[in-house]
Ligand binder design. Structure first.
Ligand code: NAD
Length: 508
């Protein structure tokens, strides 16, 4: 049996799979066929029959109907279901991690890491299920009590990007479930098999607890299933992860119907390296952030600001390190960089480098497609005298723009001058420089690190960015609040009716 077949068998995937599920797969599925392609070879892995209108409707209505019961289950009991989901994911960590690598192209260690992130999210959500606190306020009126409480919100639509095909679902679904919401997931059309595998795991857990319709999936094109979801009045919250262009459209569609949206969009992340930095540390962090996941993380390092006194030395060391990056099948041991996701991503890489040449950048290493089957490119370093239009855009590929600076003020100013605001970092051993970078006049990003690269966030913090990254926050901290509705309650237990602000409104 081939390795690919074993992964599919371990996760209950067939050569052709239905694409819509509420706990039971909806068959016979009648939508159009979608073929999942292995980016390592360009060959098909398996097929999915996408959700047609009737299947979408069944999924959505089941999610909406089951919400009314799920919201009345005590939150700690909901937490037990999520605990079970985490345990089931532990059992399937190896095949699911491998499937992530197979279908998306990230290396095995990152595929497994993504499943670990799902497990961590479940653990976090279980704890939260006993901590969905609202504060109590001191009323200005005698014998009055004021407090805030949080209610479940409804059906949460989760639309995810190809590059984190399972972890982003878990960020949303684990929190939504303990908050009393049901979810309908529309995964990326580049990674439908990972979604089916996750849904199979959810089905086992739901069945064990006598549940249905808590975790649901509807696979289909963005222009069909995605559009239905973002315009569906039964969905009070859309959590969207993807490009800024698409996020703008999703935001407008939700706002038009007074729906809420969480937007996790494109980044243009940067590291500033000060002359007093530990350069060994910085080099390792730069390498992982720029080359890891073949530059296909929202937090991938795209711009590197080097102090002029160390710039040539750091670039020379980086070029040497780039020469040692092992490129190949992401499932093989010892490989550090897999393929890009598809042919379109290769075109984006080539077009960006064409613009680099036109706009005066110097390619110091890389710059070519790798001559082998699949969608491989060389990790690339470009030196710039100043920012150029293409370095202000996100290209989802391993292209690193290197700029030099003389003062930290100048570096921070240029760092903040792009439209995106996701992740940022400084390498320094100076307390002043670190604090300057983290201050109100420092990084304008949602994530700001010291002596850590831009990618690889832990789930305990709220994850998300500012400006054209969309302003969303997911995963840790108090991100759960986005999945609930807040209610302020005031109770009068006196026999008087005093009005707030001393207003009097009495009939003589
Ligand atoms: P994309 O915008 O092409 O697609 C994202 C999702 O939107 C997919 O599921 C797609 O099918 C869906 N979609 C397409 N048309 C739609 C429509 N009309 N209505 C509703 N949904 C529609 O993004 P991608 O190429 O899959 O992912 C890469 C992008 O995602 C990058 O820009 C990256 O920075 C971003 N991303 C951001 C974060 C973050 O947390 N900030 C995380 C991961 C990825």
């Amino acid at each position: 049996m081939s390795n690919v077949q074993k992964i599919l068998d371990d996760l209950g995937l067939k050569a052709t799979n239905p694409g819509a599920c509420t706990g039971e797969w909806i068959t016979p599925a009648a939508g159009r066929e979608l073929v999942s392609i292995n980016p390592t070879t360009g060959e098909p892995i398996a097929k999915v029959i996408q959700a047609d209108e009737a299947a979408y409707e069944k999924v959505m209505q089941t999610a909406a109907d089951n919400f009314t019961e799920w919201r009345m289950v005590p939150a700690p009991v909901r937490g037990e279901v999520v605990r079970d989901l985490g345990n089931e994911l532990r059992k399937f960590k190896d095949p699911l991690g491998r499937l992530v690598s197979l279908e998306m192209g990230k290396i095995k260690s990152e595929g497994l890491g993504e499943v670990q992130e799902m497990i961590d999210m479940c653990d976090f959500a279980v704890g939260l299920s006993r901590q969905l606190y609202g504060p109590t306020m001191m009323s200005e009126r005698p014998r009055h009590r004021m407090y805030e409480q949080w209610h479940p919100l409804g059906v949460v639509g989760v639309i995810s990007a190809f590059n984190f095909p399972v972890a982003v679902w878990a960020w949303n679904a684990a929190l939504a479930a303990v908050c009393g919401d049901t979810t309908v997931w529309k995964p990326s059309s580049s990674t439908p098999l990972t979604a089916i595998a996750v849904q199979n795991i959810c089905n086992t857990v739901m069945k064990r607890h006598g549940l249905t319709g808590i975790f649901n999936v509807a696979i289909g094109p963005g222009s069909v299933v995605g559009e239905r979801l973002i315009n569906d009045p039964r969905v009070p919250l859309i959590s969207f992860t993807g490009s800024t262009k698409m996020g703008r459209h999703v935001s407008e569609a939700c706002a038009k119907r007074f729906g809420r949206s969480i937007l996790e969009l494109g980044g243009n992340n940067a590291i500033i390296v000060e002359p007093d930095a530990n350069l060994d540390l910085a080099l390792r962090a730069i390498l992982f952030a720029a080359v890891g996941t073949a530059g296909q993380r929202c937090t991938s390092l795209r711009r590197l600001f080097l102090h002029s006194s160390i710039a040539d030395d750091v670039v020379a060391k980086l070029v040497k390190a780039y020469g040692s990056i092992t490129i190949g099948n992401p499932l093989d041991d010892g490989i550090l960089m897999g393929p890009l996701v598809n042919e379109g991503a290769i075109k984006d890489y080539e077009n960006a480098l064409e613009k680099v040449r036109e706009q005066g950048g110097e390619i110091v290493t890389g710059g070519h497609r790798v001559d082998r089957p699949g969608y491989y490119v060389e990790p690339t370093i470009v030196r710039l005298k100043s920012q150029i239009p293409i370095s202000c855009d996100e290209t989802f590929a391993p292209i690193l723009y290197v700029l030099t600076y003389d003062t930290l003020d100048e570096a921070v100013r240029t760092h903040n001058s792009v439209p995106q605001g996701l992740s940022s970092a400084i390498f320094t051993s100076s307390m002043y420089s670190a604090e300057r970078f983290l201050s109100h006049e420092g990084s304008d990003c949602g994530i700001a690190n010291v002596n850590i690269g831009t990618s690889g966030a832990e789930i305990g913090g709220a994850f998300g960015g500012e400006k054209e990254t969309g302003g969303g926050r997911e995963a840790g901290s108090d991100s759960w609040k986005a999945y609930m509705r807040r209610q302020t309650c005031t109770i009068n237990w006196s026999t008087e009716l005093p009005l707030a602000q001393g207003v009097s409104f009495d009939i003589d």
